[in-house]
Each structure stands twice: as C-alpha cells, then as structure tokens.
Design a binder for this molecule. Structure first.
Ligand SMILES: [Mg+2]
Length: 307
C-alpha cells in the first residue's frame, strides 16, 4: 500500500509537538493540535490513522478528549496512543480502560516512538484492509450486499432527518441463465464484470453506492436524488449494457444481453420502514420483467405506503 498514513498529535506544549513531528516527518503526514477541542475537530475533519494524545492539558485533558472521541462514530475507531510524563500505574490503567492502544512516555525516545507508531499504523492498515475485503464483491470489485445493507440503514436515517428523497434501483440482467447455458460460466463472469463497470461508471456522484446484490442482480442507492435524475442514469446504464453487444442463442433465436430495472424514490417518514424500500424497487423489477424485460419501471411514495 503506497498511501501515506496520517498521524494527529494533540499536545498543549509546543516543544513536544515539534519534537514528535521532527521524529515522524518523512514517514507519515503529521497534523498538530494544541488542545483537546482543536484535536477533536481535526480528528473529525481529517480522519487520521492514529492519534497521539497528551494526558496533561489545561481545559480538556487527554482522558476527557479520548472520551469524546470514543462517543463519536466518526472518530471512535481511530487508535489512540497516550503521551505521558507520568510514571503512574493509575493513569495507565485509566487510559487502557478508556480504550487506549498504547503509551509513550516523556522524555521522548525517538526510536521507541518510531517503533510503536509504526506498529500501530501497520495494525490500522491491516484492519482497514480486512474491512475493505469484507465489504467488496470479489468478482466485480463493487460493494457487496453486506455493505449495501449497512449504507441503506445509514442513508435511510439521514434522509429521515433531512427529509430528502432517497432513491433505490434494482437492476437485473435479463435471461442470464440462457447466456450462461450458451457460453458457459467463465464468459458469464466476464459479462458480470463488464456490466458492473458500466453501472459504476454511470453513477458518478460520490455519494451514490453501487453494489452487487447477488447473482446477476445489482443495486444502486442514491441519497438526496429525485426520480428524474435516477431514471435518466438507469436509462444510460441500460443503453450502455445493450451496446456491449453480448449475444447468445436460445431456441434458435439470437438475443443481446440487456437489463431490467425497478426503482423507487421516497422521502422517508417515521411511518415507513426501511425494508419496504427494497420491496418496492423489487416489485417494480418484477413488473418490468412481466412487461417484457429490457425496461425501467419506477414508483414513489404511493406504492411504498400501500405495501
Ligand atoms: Mg501537556
């Protein structure tokens, strides 16, 4: 992995900030904060890989700072190493109970600091890699169903708060079994990969999530997105997939690979259930298949509330 990792150092004494940043500079990106509150702001904004946190600071000490970082979902997973001059088992215990990963004692020893920080950065990198692998579909490299489910709950809650429209579309390759029967599963996998690339390239907003739901079925979750925009992008996906010109024969007739899509746009309210969003899109997909495939059908609040 070539990405430079970022370490946030929070210490009220300028000289300590300078010593630590001199030790670390060149190996990692160092960001400095001279108080707990400034450190918390920078942790939220920059999402560092590791935080070095001084225990003794005026106003808000290291323990208080750590407790606030722990309570915030945006910062609670960032490992924290306490910096302390105190050779005091009680402080060490308190820090560890709060979830500190390690301790560095003053006066600083450059080699020990480098070794400890490298160790924790490596652990953080491994943790992130495992997290990524757990959320990715290995065939298409899209997000997997688990990641989609996780984001669905988050986006539902946030749309509920902001009263903004949330769109969801389910896209399914038409008669894919017949393609596989004709060409074999290895070719089928290549088509799945190409379709995945097409779909993810059409949804260009960074907030959109495209995932492989399973088999030949894909979903796109589109926060703060109205029906018109969502339908337009889905239409472009369908056209681009048809233009790939993957053909197969079935009962002596030639077919081209196409997709059918079912979508829903809904402004969540407290009477709605998150599960109903997928059910509504899935129902539209079912109707699109009934209608003859290679088409898009969409619904809005009405269907969802009648489910
Ligand atoms: Mg201090």
């Amino acid at each position: 992995m070539t990405e430079t990792q970022r370490v946030l150092v929070i210490d009220d004494e300028k000289i300590n900030l300078k010593i630590i940043s001199d030790i670390l500079r060149g190996d990692v990106d160092v960001t400095l904060a001279k108080s707990g509150s400034q450190g918390i702001r920078k942790a939220i904004e920059l999402k560092p890989d590791l935080i070095l946190l001084d225990v003794l600071m005026p106003d808000m000490d290291g323990f208080e700072t750590m407790a606030i970082l722990n309570r915030d979902v945006r910062t609670c997973a960032i490992p924290v190493i306490f910096i302390t001059a105190l050779d005091d088992a009680r402080h060490e215990e308190k820090g560890l109970l709060l979830g500190a990963s390690d301790y560095i004692q003053k006066p600083f020893n450059a080699e020990i600091i480098r070794a400890r920080i490298n160790l924790h950065l490596q652990l953080s990198q491994q943790r992130k890699m495992l997290e990524r692998l757990a959320n990715i579909d290995p065939l298409t490299s899209l997000a997997n169903r688990r990641k989609y489910q996780e984001r669905l709950f988050q986006e539902w809650d946030s749309a509920l708060t902001s009263k903004s429209p949330l769109s969801l579309v389910v896209m399914d390759i038409d008669d894919f079994k017949q393609f596989n029967d004709h060409h074999g599963h290895a070719e089928g996998d290549k088509v799945l990969q190409q379709v995945a690339r097409v779909i993810s390239s059409q949804f260009q907003r960074s907030i959109d999530l495209v995932a492989r739901y399973g088999g030949e079925e894909f979903v796109a979750l589109l926060p703060n997105c109205n029906k018109e925009y969502a339908m337009e992008v889905v239409g472009s996906c369908a056209k681009a997939i048809e233009n790939l010109q993957h053909t197969y024969h079935h009962n002596d007739k030639k077919y081209t690979v196409t997709i059918s899509s079912g979508g829903v746009t809904y402004v969540p309210d407290s009477s709605g259930k998150v599960e109903d969003l997928f059910s509504a899109a899935d129902k539209m997909l079912y109707l699109a298949k009934q209608k003859g495939k290679n088409c898009v059908l969409w619904t809005n609040n009405d269907l969802l509330t009648s489910l």
